[in-house]
Design a protein around this ligand. Structure first.
Ligand SMILES: C[S@@+](CC[C@H](N)C(=O)[O-])C[C@H]1O[C@@H](n2cnc3c(N)ncnc32)[C@H](O)[C@@H]1O
Length: 236
């Protein structure tokens, strides 16, 4: 309490890294040990990956908020879900409780934390703690250095249409295609038609149990790949 008023809590957006619980930063671990409230995205009725990654570092007895989001493929995260949980988190912040919002990988790299940030940062103190992103984890798993000197790296969301992906790929050194999931066959065909498949790798679940790295040419066309899959294309 400061000057008769409750001091507002701080919202920490914590990157928890790509899967291996040893890839949380020291800062994320320290903050997790101290905050009374921990929030994380979870598929409706399913387990939260971010919570599972951080599990060894979340002390018992915390108030936990599972932000249940519909995970229909390609669907924009429901605004009303984030409005609702944003309001719940705002209640804790107003009462002076600090909140850690977990985010797989890095919070500002295709991270769900952005939806809380845009709602809560205008009103509350908000600290973003960067995390190890899946990009670095995939490159390490594939043993594929991404760039040096003047190399250009391009990062593409897999759901982009073929024309956009092709234009970007033809103008870059190395590339990472994320959110591959159900777009796998289409992307594989596109890379093949561009003569890039001998430089492309599919990385599944980097640093997680079941991590797998294969040359794209070794994957079958109709394969169903997990959500946590990234295609890396090495520089020519
Ligand atoms: C919504 S984005 C989240 C990215 C995350 N914030 C980060 O910094 O890596 C999800 C996409 O990231 C990629 N991804 C995340 N974790 C991964 C992992 N462990 N292995 C391979 N790809 C991963 C996949 O392309 C997946 O579809």
């Amino acid at each position: 309490v400061v000057g008769g008023q409750v001091r507002q809590g701080t919202l920490h957006g914590l990157g928890v890294g790509p899967g291996d619980p040893e890839l949380l930063t020291l800062k994320a671990v320290r903050l997790l040990a101290g905050v009374p409230v921990v929030a994380y995205p979870a598929p409706e009725g399913g387990e939260s990956l971010a919570r599972a990654i951080a599990a060894p570092h979340v002390p018992p007895g915390r108030i936990e908020i599972a932000i249940e989001t519909p995970m229909a493929p390609g669907r924009h995260p429901a605004n009303d879900v984030y409005d609702k949980y944003g309001a719940e988190i705002a209640g804790h912040l107003e009462a002076g409780r600090d909140v850690a919002a977990l985010c797989e990988g890095d919070p500002f790299f295709f991270g769900s934390f952005m939806y809380l940030f845009e709602r809560l940062s205008p009103k509350f103190r908000c600290v973003v703690v960067p995390g190890v992103s899946s990009l670095g984890a995939c490159a390490a798993a594939a043993r594929l250095p991404l760039a040096s000197r003047l190399d250009v790296v391009t990062i593409l969301p897999g759901p982009l249409d073929d024309e956009a992906v092709a234009a970007r790929l033809s103008a870059t050194g190395s590339a990472a295609i994320m959110k591959v999931g159900r777009h796998f066959s289409r992307l594989k065909n596109l890379l093949q038609s561009m003569g890039l498949s001998d430089r492309a790798w599919l990385v599944e679940r980097a640093t997680m149990e079941g991590e797998r790295v294969r040359a794209l040419m070794e994957c079958s066309d109709e394969e169903s790949v997990p959500y946590f899959s990234t295609i890396l294309v090495s520089a020519p």
